[in-house]
Design a binder for this molecule. Structure first.
Ligand code: PMP
Length: 444
């Protein structure tokens, strides 16, 4: 370690005595890359400051929400102002309508939407609606896709489940697991075969609009005929296959929503088809706990008290959270997306140059402004491909960057997150640290 981490180490030891692994979400524990996670004391713009006073350029962005950078003045002011009017009412407030209208304005398939407190709640609730609407039990998901820690969706999941090479989770009942069928990502033949056999039992297919929790693996578009696409993108194929069998398609935009593009991944991919339900989180709360699920009005009107599907939340539509979400959307104009595009492309080029100079195997994949770096030379199309990378090289790369004050996601299976605060000066700081990190990755 080239920097002092005594206080973070003390905090980590104290945390581990009372919080499992010392963290409230697994990947934060640095379990796959080793070492002590810095405990963050404050954050501003693109910079995190830890308990020992070390600064890091942040490429995690709280795993997506901090798209305008940390402590963005407009967002902080909106939250401060909302806080002065009370923290939670447990009764409707106007900010909920504004946030929901803004999501619907940017996302054509949304006719009705309900706010929850996390992406997990959003996908869990969307499954319940889909099952109620179809009267069927089976959910189809793709290996390597992560949809939060919903019992039914942890099988062969991405994110931390992938990072720690877990097949799924203990504590999920056999009957729940039996209602989830996992298919290799992008495998149209497997989807067709499954629907031919069990179409009448399937309530819904759920997919990340563009998978980003096994690294970024964009769906084949209509021009990609390698997988027998016949001119139809993979997501559209899923919609058509589901609909032909009376099943629904749920696209999960918790991560891609309002990040991949101004219209999420649907804004890139949504030509000639629509999902029945969609899920959101992260960006729409601007750093406070918000998720949302929505889509067709006839499906959403199944929710209580209009219909028989129960779903609720003490803090759902919280006024601070809706204020943070709205202030974030207000900052997400055309110029913001142009900036994100440019910063993302520049960073990709810096990383590719540094790794290529040291002969380190790598592939960079993108979904709009979102990208990730795989430590292998071949493209990644499935979870099996994603697992077949040099995670040890990633670990060395990660630690070299951390020592130089650059904070990457501590896993080879995660996307990297830039914000509108990642300006040329910040990119220069990353660029200066990359050659040594690439050397470390190469030193096997
Ligand atoms: N879906 C996707 C695509 C996600 O990336 C995540 C979180 N990384 C979730 C769902 C779960 O969201 P949360 O962590 O807010 O429960």
């Amino acid at each position: 370690m080239s920097h002092e981490t005594a206080l973070s180490s003390q905090l980590f030891e104290r945390a581990k005595r009372i919080i499992p692994a010392g963290v409230n979400s697994p990947v934060r524990a640095f379990g796959s890359v080793g070492g002590t996670p810095p405990f963050i004391a404050s954050a501003s713009g693109a910079i995190l400051t830890d308990a020992d006073g070390n600064e890091y350029v942040d490429l995690v962005g709280s795993w997506g929400p901090m798209i305008l950078g940390h402590a963005n003045p407009q967002v902080v002011e909106a939250v401060r102002e909302a806080a002065g009017r009370g923290l939670s009412y447990g009764a409707p407030q106007a900010g909920e309508i504004s946030l929901v209208e803004e999501v619907a304005r940017r996302m054509a398939p949304i006719e009705k939407l309900r706010l929850v407190n996390s992406g997990t709640e959003a996908t869990m609730s969307a499954l319940r609606v889909a099952r109620a609407a179809t009267g069927r039990d089976v959910i189809v998901k793709f290996a390597g896709c992560y949809h939060g820690h919903v019992d039914a969706l942890l099988a062969e999941a991405g994110s931390g489940v992938a990072t720690f090479a877990m097949p799924g989770s203990a504590g999920v009942t056999a009957s729940t697991a039996a209602d989830t069928v996992v298919v290799p990502y992008g495998d149209r033949e497997a989807v067709r075969e499954l629907f031919a056999r069990r179409g009448g039992e399937i309530a819904a297919i759920i997919t990340e609009a563009a998978p980003a929790n096994m690294g970024v693996v964009p769906p084949a578009d209509g021009t990609d005929l390698r997988d027998g696409g016949e001119g139809i993108g993979f997501n559209r194929f899923l919609a058509e296959t589901a609909h032909a069998a009376g099943a629904l398609l749920i696209t999960d935009e918790v991560l891609t929503g309002f990040r991949a593009s101004a219209g999420g991944y649907y804004g890139i991919d949504g030509d000639g088809w629509a999902p029945d339900l969609m899920t959101f989180g992260k960006v729409i709360g601007g750093g406070l706990p918000v998720g949302a699920f929505g889509g067709r009005a006839d499906l959403m009107d199944l929710l209580a008290p209009l219909g028989p599907v129960y779903q609720a939340g003490t803090l759902s539509g919280n006024p601070l959270a809706t204020a943070a979400g709205m202030a974030t959307f207000e900052g997400l104009d055309e110029a913001a997306y142009a900036h994100l595009d440019r910063a993302s492309a520049q960073l990709q080029a810096l990383v590719a140059d540094a790794l290529a100079a040291e002969g380190v195997a790598h592939t960079i994949q993108t979904a709009g402004t979102l990208f990730s770096v795989f430590f292998r030379d071949e493209p990644v199309r499935t979870y099996e491909d994603a697992k077949d990378q040099d995670t040890a090289a990633f670990g060395r790369f990660f630690h070299s960057l951390l020592d130089s004050g650059i904070y990457l996601p501590p896993s080879a299976f995660e996307a990297w997150f830039v914000s509108t605060a990642h300006d040329d000066q910040i990119l220069d700081r990353i660029g200066a640290a990359l050659p040594a990190a690439a050397k470390a990755a190469a030193r096997g």
